[in-house]
Write a new protein. Structure first.
Length: 486
């Protein structure tokens, strides 16, 4: 099996090559360079070292991935006829996708690969911006950068910032988390006689002329704590501190049971913000709901039972497992098909023991109207439901008649039971018309409060106490409020 020998040209010109690499390059044939746009390439030509570059491949493709695939494929094909020598900028194992593709080919048995070394551009870059990577360092490929990959508390270097388009993608991703004027450094030709280091505000990153294949961008770690408030790890530390030995006495004394009421309250406040279509209020209330989740997770961690990592891991696994039409090979074209698949997967997850009731998943702690709605929906999924509204209306009338009969009988327990039956029948009617009963009742509550406020306003204008008004007079104000709304 023939061998592909890979050399690193370092970060500078030919004079900075190691003696060993230089000697091997002089004897290398055929020699290929990923690009001749490197300070050492001109020196190699002056030394009479012949090579073929792959710069023309860059012109053929719109995606770098395709460029690297073709280069690797060409080298593998050449190796079928004899040993091949390949030189890349910097060190072969630092930010070199073509080398990784060749190593994968070696694993498949397509060729043999030998790495001959070379100086990484990182040494020169650390010197240029005067940082010690032991403080925490992150190297990122600017051509494939995802915003969530970046750790703002670390020194960060973005390599392969070839042009304004790549720089713009980096800029826009960082501006989602950093101020527009956050200082960043453009480093060009680090370690060479042409080295340049320029500090610019983040918003100007893609407006610089000196962006080429020798350009990297250095982003200093964020030291201003408020700039990290949006990061999940910051929130996690805050909650842990509140629950810690020197934290807040109130937070430290909370238990899962004591927090139950707050979770319910925050959920309803969020629903109110949603009903009001108030985005700012929604942001605040979503945060309050998240706070409850974080507190419960921290209590679990304090007891050594579970942590927020377990919560997230379980949720992520469940979402992937229950969406095979997104993350697997299943098909679901409609929301109804998704729901059906979801229920089948849930049943499979429960195991093969005694089958649980179809209604078992409906929590008893739900508010009455919501629990009734969910119980009916579960039963309807297996066919226990009416096909049209007529029999449901008849059932409502039947339950009302039974309630009237008990109202004259004086039996308190029976009266409460019959009233519950009326409500249950009405919720069934709401479900048929795809009306959320809790939402409808809240709308009725708001309507009542709004109209009663109008009554109070008219009473205040009269100067008389509200208790001096007859029901007919108050009802007249009520009708005025209705008319005003129309």
């Amino acid at each position: 099996m023939n061998t592909i020998y890979i050399f690193g040209l370092g970060a500078g010109d030919v004079e900075q090559l190691t003696v060993g690499v230089y000697r091997k390059l002089k004897k290398a044939h055929p020699l290929f360079l990923r690009t001749k746009e490197h300070p050492a390439a001109e020196g190699l030509q002056e030394e009479g070292i012949a090579f073929t570059s792959f710069d023309d491949v860059y012109e053929k493709h719109e995606q770098f991935a395709d460029v690297y695939e073709e280069i690797a494929g060409t080298l593998i094909e050449q190796a079928k006829h004899g040993d091949v020598f390949y030189a890349v900028p910097g060190h072969p194992l630092v930010a070199e996708r073509t080398v990784q593709l060749l190593l994968e080919a070696e694993q498949r048995g397509d060729c043999r690969v030998v790495i001959e070394g070379g100086q990484s551009f990182l040494d020169a870059l650390f010197t240029a911006v005067r940082i010690d990577p032991i403080e925490g360092f992150q190297l990122l490929d600017a051509t494939a950068f995802q915003g969530d990959e970046w750790s703002p508390s670390l020194h960060a270097v973005f390599c392969q910032v070839y042009d304004p388009f790549v720089a713009s993608n980096v800029k826009l991703s960082l501006m989602e988390q950093l101020p527009d004027d956050y200082p960043v450094y453009i480093v060009t030709a680090a370690g060479t006689k042409s080295e340049q280091v320029k500090q610019v505000p983040l918003y100007e990153l893609d407006r610089q002329a000196a962006l080429d294949n020798l350009t990297s961008v250095y982003v200093p770690p964020v030291k201003d704590e408020p700039l990290l408030y949006h990061r999940f790890e910051t929130l996690r530390r805050v909650i842990a501190t509140l629950r810690g030995p020197h934290g807040c006495p109130w937070d430290r004394k909370q238990t899962h049971a004591s927090l139950k009421r707050y979770l319910l309250e925050e959920a309803y406040e969020l629903l109110e913000a949603i009903d009001d279509d108030d985005d700012d209020h929604m942001v605040e209330e979503l945060g309050d709901v998240l706070l409850q989740v974080m507190l419960h997770a921290q209590i679990g961690a304090d007891r050594g039972m579970f942590s927020i990592d377990d919560v997230i891991r379980t949720l992520t696994a469940k979402m992937i497992r229950r969406h095979p039409h997104v993350f697997g090979d299943a098909t679901a074209e409609t929301a109804e098909q998704v729901t059906a698949n979801w229920e089948k997967i849930k049943e499979k997850e429960k195991g093969t023991g005694r089958p649980a009731s179809i209604l078992a998943d409906v929590p008893k702690s739900l508010p009455g109207t919501m629990r009734a709605y969910e119980l009916q929906k579960k039963a309807a999924n297996v066919g226990f439901d009416w096909d049209d509204a007529a029999p449901i209306l008849e059932k409502v009338e039947e339950e009302m008649a039974e309630f009237r009969a008990e109202a004259s009988g004086g039996r308190r327990a029976a009266l409460v039971s019959e009233f519950g039956d009326v409500l249950f029948a009405l919720i069934n009617l709401a479900r048929y018309y795809d009306i959320q009963p809790e939402e409808a009742l809240q709308m009725a509550n708001d309507k009542f409060a709004r109209r009663f406020a109008y009554i109070e306003e008219q009473v205040r204008k009269s100067g008389r106490p509200i208790t001096s008004f007859s029901l007919a007079e108050l009802d007249r104000f009520w009708e005025e409020a209705k008319e005003n709304e129309q």
